[in-house]
Write a protein that binds this ligand. Structure first.
Ligand code: MN
Length: 492
């Protein structure tokens, strides 16, 4: 690890002095906590400003240090990040147990996170802060433990997932679940351990077989077992009526190869050795998950009747699956930081469309504009569906999208001139909800103009924005040429 820069060293001095005489519930000096947050952020490969803000994140709230001091010593960017983190925790302190507020609290909290998350780095500092608090949760009284653990499961772990920070999500969820339902946690943990022990021998054999076959094909690879987390098993069992027989990914092997071609070659190798289970081949390389996750998944039955899931991906994909957005920061640190400074909305390198949406929403909230939270959640958090153009291009849309959403996502020129839609080759109407895998063909006419009532036939903010602009242009045009205005026909 790189040695600390002068700025980082200075931040540690300032924070140590500010927190002097304060202690954590564990009895240790308070500075232990900001230093642990700093360590986590460094491991995630975050930029220097974020690391410094992490060191200082509790000073404004809990010490005499002011934002002005921080701005003076460390610059505007650090001050902004500390301010965001402080506001987030101040708002949270006003809330009691997350249960007593549901669903409003969760809404408000998410809303707040989103508003402050205009700089995603604020959320990342908050996640590092939460991770350390969870790791040291045993020092708190039981009621506080439960509150923090529940909130972590319901808000923070899903947030980590949305940022595709896989390692963080797993650690947070399991740490928290242990406090939320200790008995169930122990039960499932033992079950996983027992299963892994009994499967270890055959897994080794499978690893060797696959390894030999891959070497024969001259594919470079690394192979390792992946342990399923307790909380994800708990959630899966709930989905499958507690039927262990339906959990197919209890044992998974990860194969990491050099490039995308090798991913598909390796998939072929695995399928030539074992029988793939129908309907369980998932190509998240061609169609990444909403959080940007990419991998090939397949579940196979071995000769000894073992069911094993394979996850095949490149090194870059693996890095991104584990570290998620933090990994992007690492690679794009300079560019992102520059743009944040200029207050630009950043279009991220991965296809994390929802983050761009989040940033646009945040900008609206800051301007005091009204945001329809129901629609927002639909867009940010509901599952996406993937539909196709007749040419086979994949368009991802939120679940519940309508043909006009599709049309506007192609181009506003197409959206503005829609006269009809064919879904899977059949004429349909503009109120028909699109389904996963539909082939959608939009029929247009030059003479068509956008209609006011189309506003009821779209659900995505993107389409809404484009339609409203088109409607405004249309009405301005109509006003400019009063002689061309055709009065409505008289009622008979
Ligand atoms: Mn803290």
């Amino acid at each position: 690890m790189k040695p600390d820069s002068e700025r980082v060293k200075h931040a540690i001095e300032v924070a140590t002095k500010a927190h002097e005489g304060q202690f954590r519930k564990t009895g240790e000096p308070y500075i232990i906590h900001p230093l642990a947050v700093k360590k986590i952020l460094t491991e995630w490969g975050m930029d220097e400003d974020t690391i410094i803000a992490g060191i200082l994140h509790d000073t404004v709230e809990d010490t005499d240090l002011t934002l002005k001091d921080i701005k003076h010593e460390f610059g505007e960017s650090v001050a902004f990040l500390v301010d965001g983190t402080t506001k987030l925790s101040a708002a949270r302190n006003g809330m009691r147990d997350i249960d007593t507020y549901l669903p409003e609290t969760k809404d408000n909290f998410l809303r707040l996170m989103i508003a402050l998350g205009s700089d995603i780095r604020v959320l990342i500092i908050k996640l590092a802060d939460r991770l350390h608090n969870l790791r040291t949760l045993s020092a708190l009284p039981p009621d506080k433990q439960k509150k923090i653990a529940k909130e972590s499961l319901e808000v923070f772990a899903p947030l980590a997932d949305r940022l595709n920070m896989g390692l963080l999500r797993v650690e947070m969820a399991d740490l928290a679940f242990k406090y939320v339902d200790p008995r169930r946690y122990e039960e499932l943990k033992n079950l996983i351990e027992k299963y892994n022990k009994s499967a270890a021998g055959s897994l080794k054999k499978i690893e060797q077989e696959v390894g030999a076959a891959l070497r024969k094909e001259k594919i470079h690879f690394e192979i390792s077992g992946r342990v399923k987390s307790v909380y994800s098993l708990h959630k899966k069992l709930a989905k499958h009526n507690q039927n262990m027989g339906e959990i197919y990914d209890l044992t998974a092997l990860r194969v990491i190869v050099d490039d995308i071609t090798d991913c598909y070659l390796a998939l072929g190798v695995v399928h030539s050795l074992y029988t793939p289970m129908g309907g369980r081949i998932k190509d998240y390389i061609a169609v990444p998950k909403q959080n940007g996750y990419q991998s090939l998944h397949t579940t196979v039955i071995t000769k000894d009747k073992h069911i094993v899931e394979f996850q095949i991906r490149t090194k870059e994909m693996h890095e991104y699956a584990e570290r998620g957005l933090a990994a992007s920061f690492y690679y794009n640190e300079q560019k992102l930081t520059e743009n944040y400074k200029k207050g630009k909305i950043e279009h991220l390198p991965t296809n994390l469309l929802w983050i761009t949406e989040l940033q646009m929403t945040a900008a609206k909230l800051r301007e005091g504009k009204k945001v329809d939270l129901k629609k927002l959640r639909l867009n940010l958090f509901a599952d996406k569906i993937f539909v196709y153009t007749p040419k086979g291009d994949i368009i991802d849309l939120p679940k519940g999208s309508l043909p006009l959403d599709f049309a506007y996502s192609l181009h506003s020129e197409i959206g503005d001139h829609v006269v009809g839609v064919k879904i899977n080759g059949k004429m349909s109407n503009l109120n028909k909800k699109l389904e996963q895998g539909d082939v959608v063909e939009i029929l247009t006419s030059k003479n068509q103009t956008p209609k006011q009532n189309w506003l009821d036939k779209i659900i995505t903010p993107h389409a809404r924005q484009k339609l409203i602009r088109a409607l405004r242009l249309k009405s301005e045009k109509d006003k400019e040429k009063p002689d061309q205005h055709i009065p409505p026909a008289k009622k008979k």
